[in-house]
Design a protein. Structure first.
Length: 157
């Protein structure tokens, strides 16, 4: 009789991002430098073109990645000329993490600032076209405070 295994292997979470990049090996190095990622696994593509599948850890979360393979429908944000998706990272020091990412080669999109929902929040784009939101949770505003803050924020846009 085979041993029952959990439906979700550790350390995975219920939702795991799986991103497509051009030059997976360079992306792994970038994520190590920018976000303190650790590499869990790397499987070279049998065709010799990059990495078929890789996994990194950022904090307590796994991110899977694959090399862009347009012929198989795997397009990177660079090929798509943008992305509608942002990957969110909670860290102890949003300002420090933002500066570290920019120093590693990310493009600063929004320097960290205190936001109405209670986070210190900023955004960077990585060299592979992915958008990263970086935040530190500072406080738990009431629903009324969030609503008022959202209204004021909307006035500025």
């Amino acid at each position: 009789m085979s041993e029952k295994v959990p439906y979700m292997p550790p350390p995975f979470r219920s939702v795991t991002p799986h991103i497509v990049v051009k030059d997976s090996a360079a992306a792994i190095d970038f994520y190590k430098n920018a976000f303190g990622a650790t590499e869990r696994f790397r499987m070279p593509n049998p065709n010799g073109k990059g990495i078929m599948h890789a996994e990194i850890m950022i904090g307590d979360s796994v991110i899977m990645m694959t090399e862009e393979m347009v012929e198989r429908g795997c397009h990177s944000p660079i090929s798509l000329k943008g992305t509608p998706v942002s990957l969110m990272i909670y860290v102890e020091d949003a300002d420090g993490a933002y500066e570290q990412a920019v120093a590693a080669g990310a493009e600063g999109r929004m320097p960290p600032q205190d936001m109405f929902w209670g986070d210190r929040f900023g955004q960077v784009s990585d060299p592979f076209g992915h958008l990263w939101s970086i935040a530190t949770h500072l406080r738990d505003p009431s629903p009324a405070e969030i609503e008022a803050g959202a209204a004021a924020f909307g006035q500025g846009n």
